[in-house]
Ligand binder design. Structure first.
Ligand code: NAD
Length: 507
């Protein structure tokens, strides 16, 4: 069996028609879809590589992944150019924000991963006091990673390195809209495997759209780590049900921001603008709706408008935000905008369509007079719209914030610790940021994930590493009696002993 990873695009067949997304994302059209045979072969290669990788010590795996971290740092420019080319992000966004965080995640697991995966003794309890018990975290085998286009490097590398630290090998299917980034990741791994002279083939890359993703889900991998939309997540879960393949689902969000009347409004306004417009709003945990207590509403809005008016939308260094990556996403944003305007919302700044580096996009747009009858307050927009709603109390803000099928990230801004704590405790979300937004994702020790339609399971932190492991419970006899008192033939006192224990210990 060959252990050569697929890190260059499969050669297009002469009679192959352009993929269906070619007109929406022309830069991605040159990368053809892997066939189902190629998916199967990639999984087989990863399975072969999983034996040595899974048997390697944690230190050995961590050493290899430390080389990866260094390679990512050395090859940052190549990565940035692939990310910018595939997405239309500004270089600062592609370089300084989230790739750094991936290196931090790797560094975190280098330091803390071994302890997190060490067997853990557990108390065997009174009845089994003469046994020993431990939990082990073992490699799963092969993990299939399916990633989206909005942070193509970060959201591919995150689950990839977590699975690798936990001792599994990986088959990655990047988004069909950002295939070059996935192939670039594959290339870096392949070169690393060749340089290090071992551990080659631990990452395989296949390319294509949903059908290729589904083939991966059905391929017999031991877990699927999926990041993407709710709709595709549901399809993944349905396909995985046939083989009972476990799934980790990191899905969409409609993250609320609550601004209390005593908040530092300068900070809150800057936070709202960054949270809503960074990456042109195409962030799963972007600030998608803001609820501001009445006394703070006007001054907060004034600051938001002033800061937004100074944003520079473009492609190069010196810009604050880039483009909407592709036309399908622009259509969603425009639909939400039209729906809001038709129901009485007002645009206070932005709203115009613009060309950004050859991609059709929209300006950062602030909306008021919004309510929960509008798609912009209920569905994921994933674009640079910032709807701001006036509320009369913190309780009303909390009620509206929780009036959502999503529950990914959230934020509360204020000064009074008890008011803040009430909101933190009441928010139905996987993460809450206080006087900040989105940033919980960048803290490698904090598990990240959603509730409700935002997904299942957690990435990052110790929980993320264990999520990528097979949990094995081991119970050992310590006394070595020739027969346990509850083994057959049962002694005559067995039943009365069971009754006595129930009565004495639990009544
Ligand atoms: P998408 O669901 O369209 O595609 C995501 C990936 O799934 C792609 O690789 C795609 O080819 C694949 N896919 C599509 N249908 C499939 C199927 N039936 N079986 C297997 N794979 C399939 O999502 P997108 O538009 O690429 O990404 C945007 C979405 O991702 C947004 O909803 C965003 O909120 C979400 N997201 C979530 C997180 C998170 O961590 N929770 C992070 C980033 C993005």
């Amino acid at each position: 069996m060959s252990t050569t990873p697929l890190h260059s695009p499969p050669a297009p067949q002469p009679d192959q028609a352009p993929p269906p997304w070619a007109s929406l994302a022309p830069w991605a059209a040159q990368v053809p879809e892997s066939t189902s045979e190629e998916v199967t072969a990639a999984v087989e290669r990863a399975r072969d590589a999983s034996i040595a990788w899974g048997n390697a010590s944690f230190k050995d795996r961590a050493r290899h992944l430390r080389h990866l971290r260094h390679a990512l740092s050395r090859q940052a420019e190549e990565i940035v150019s692939a990310v910018v080319g595939d997405t239309g992000k500004i270089p600062a966004e592609a370089l300084s924000g989230w790739p750094d965080q991936r290196c931090e995640l790797i560094a975190y697991y280098e330091r803390h991963g071994e302890r997190a995966l060490q067997p853990r003794k557990v108390n065997p309890g009174l009845l089994m006091a003469y046994k020993s018990a431990e939990i082990r975290y073992e490699p799963l085998g092969v993990v299939g990673v399916i990633s989206p286009w909005n942070y193509p490097l970060v959201l591919s590398l995150g689950p990839v390195v977590t699975a690798l630290f936990a001792g599994s090998t990986v088959v990655l299917k990047p988004s069909e809209i950002t295939p070059h980034v996935g192939l670039e990741v594959g290339r870096i791994f392949a070169e690393l495997g060749e340089d290090a002279g071992k551990h080659s083939g631990i990452l395989q890359v296949v390319t294509g759209a949903g059908a290729v993703g589904e083939a991966l889900v059905r391929s017999g991998v031991d877990k699927i780590a999926f990041t993407g939309s709710v709709r595709s997540g549901q399809a993944v879960m349905r396909a995985a049900a046939d083989t009972l393949t476990p799934v980790l689902l990191e899905l969409g969000g409609k993250d609320p921001m609550i601004v209390l009347s005593d908040a530092d409004l300068e900070r809150a306004a800057h936070g709202a603008v960054w949270g809503a417009f960074t990456n042109a709003g195409q962030t799963c945990m972007a600030v998608e709706r803001v609820y501001v207590e009445d006394p703070a509403f006007d001054p907060f809005l004034e600051r938001v408008l002033e800061i937004t008016s100074r944003l520079r939308q473009g492609t190069g260094t010196g810009s604050d935000l880039g483009a909407i990556t592709w036309k399908r996403q622009l259509e969603v944003v425009l639909r939400h905008l039209d729906d809001a305007l038709s129901k009485g919302a007002k645009i206070l700044t932005g709203g115009h369509r613009v060309q950004v580096g050859g991609r059709e996009s929209i300006e950062p747009t602030v909306l008021v007079d919004v309510d929960h009858s509008m798609a912009v307050m209920r569905e994921e927009t994933f674009g640079p719209l910032l709807p701001i709603m006036r509320v009369h109390s913190a309780d009303e803000a909390l009620k509206l914030a929780n009036d959502s099928s999503y529950g990914l990230n959230s934020s509360v801004w204020g000064k009074n610790p008890s008011s803040i704590e009430k909101i933190v405790a009441g928010l139905k979300a996987g993460s809450v940021c206080v006087n900040d937004c989105m940033i919980s994702y960048a803290i490698p020790g904090l598990p990240f994930g959603g509730i409700g339609q935002s997904g299942l399971g957690r990435t990052h932190g110790i929980e993320g590493l264990r999520e990528m492991s097979q949990v094995k419970s081991v119970a050992k006899d310590r006394l070595g009696l020739s027969k346990e008192p509850y083994w057959m033939p049962l002694p005559s006192w067995n039943e009365s002993l069971a009754r006595a224990i129930l009565r004495l210990r639990h009544r």
